[in-house]
Design a protein around this ligand. Structure first.
Ligand SMILES: Nc1ncnc2c1ncn2[C@@H]1O[C@H](COP(=O)(O)OP(=O)(O)OP(=O)(O)O)[C@@H](O)[C@H]1O
Ligand SMILES: CC(=O)N[C@H]1[C@@H]2OC[C@@H](O2)[C@@H](O)[C@@H]1O[C@H](C)C(=O)O
Length: 369
């Protein structure tokens, strides 16, 4: 890997998240430690046909023909995303040191030591002419960790100078929090993390099922409904919320049956309250209550959800964009950052972020052809 005099590498980070909305691609320069310079970002949405094929792979652990075909096509769409990102940024592939390729999670059951992200690293390296790191979660899960969330060390790298304890909340399909403690003299800080519960996935599925679009834009549908307290209590009875951090979730861990009989409006309101309340329920599992919550991921565009979070948490809950981060790009950037850490042999996860027994390096390297 090329290393500039300033120790920074030019990297692409690629994320295909649990919302299945598309590929997020970010270009950045980073040393994999505490320096990060964002350069460019774009999202390539999946078309409905591809999204349906991806959905058809969820929960499958076999390597059947269909999964292999979807993996190949998924990889090729990622190669296209890299080309478009570099075109947009006016950067040549030869100037890029590395790609961090998350792939798409089709199965996540860390308690049975299973996690699987599809995405062919060697094929992506061949298609782009750039070295690739993929398979970020397997080593952590094989060692007994949760394999997720992996963004916390990146959140910590960005958080210098912000008030502590700070919570960074990512609301994608699933929601996850990074708790970042006070900064010590050497600039280090404790970090504790876990998935909090559902993010947007249940709301998206609900809206889609009622023919009202792919997501609840701005939270307007939820805002026009009423939270059904009995249904909310049933949803919150899931044993996940009593478990201490670290802990992680598969996309489809929660059964939305308690809202099934509600109107579209009330169902949306109740599922939105479910996401907000499950975030609040994590606070007792953290070392101390955060003084501020910065929210990234698509869920921060849902004004009803943001208002419910502020109400439940009782401290400022703000979009991460407010401190100069790009809340849509953060996850993709994180996998570029983690790819550099992987090449440097630095940990991607810690006992307090995934429950892994010791700080854990990871990722699989595919050299450029
Ligand atoms: N304007 C909006 N109003 C309401 N919700 C929105 C809006 N824009 C995006 N979202 C929500 O954000 C989701 C996409 O979020 P994001 O891209 O952060 O998820 P992801 O990266 O796929 O998931 P994960 O973090 O779980 O991997 C959409 O599916 C939708 O639910
Ligand atoms: C297994 C898996 O892919 N988990 C995702 C998912 O989406 C959000 C949440 O659940 C988080 O744990 C993780 O992604 C982020 C990027 C992470 O690893 O930090």
């Amino acid at each position: 890997m090329m290393e500039a005099k300033d120790g920074l590498r030019t990297v692409v980070g690629l994320m295909s998240g649990t919302s299945m909305d598309g590929i997020d691609a970010a270009l950045l320069r980073t040393d994999g430690r505490d320096r990060v310079e964002a350069l460019s970002f774009l999202t390539i949405p999946y078309d409905d046909g591809f999204r349906a094929r991806l959905r058809g792979c969820l929960g499958r652990t076999d390597s059947g023909e269909t999964v292999a075909e979807v993996e190949r096509d998924l990889t090729d769409v990622h190669a296209d995303a890299v080309r478009r990102l570099l075109d947009k940024a006016g950067v040549a592939a030869a100037a890029v040191d590395l790609i961090g390729f998350h792939g798409h999670t089709i199965h996540h059951d860390p308690d049975r030591r299973i996690t699987r992200q599809i995405g062919d690293g060697a094929r992506l390296a061949a298609a782009t002419g750039i070295a690739v790191v993929n398979d970020f979660r397997s080593a952590d899960v094989a060692a007994g960790g949760q394999g997720a969330p992996l963004v916390p060390l990146f959140h910590r790298a960005l958080a210098h100078g912000l008030p502590r304890p700070l919570a960074v909340l990512n609301i994608g399909g699933v929601a996850n929090v990074s708790w970042i403690g006070p900064e010590s003299a050497d600039g280090e800080a404790d970090v504790v993390a876990c998935d909090t519960g559902p993010g947007n996935a249940l709301i998206d599925d609900w809206v889609l099922r009622h023919g009202l679009g792919r997501y609840d834009a701005g939270g307007a549908l939820a805002a026009s409904g009423r939270v059904d307290d009995a249904a909310l209590a049933q949803l919150m009875a899931h044993p996940y919320f009593g478990r201490p951090a670290p802990k992680s979730l598969d996309r489809d861990a929660f059964d939305p049956a308690p809202v099934a009989a509600l109107s579209p409006e009330d169902g949306a309101a109740t599922l939105t309250a479910f996401t907000a309340l499950s975030v609040a329920r994590v606070v007792p599992h953290l070392p101390a209550a955060p003084v501020r919550w910065l929210v990234c991921g698509g869920g921060r565009h849902n004004a009803t959800l943001m208002a419910m979070l502020a109400d439940r948490l009782g401290v400022p809950v703000e979009s991460a964009d407010l401190v100069g981060w790009d809340g849509d790009a953060l996850e993709a950037q994180a996998f570029g950052y983690l790819a550099v850490r992987s090449r440097l042999g630095l940990p991607l996860s810690l006992p307090a972020t995934t429950g892994v027994p010791a700080p854990m390096p990871g990722g699989v390297f595919h050299p450029k052809p």
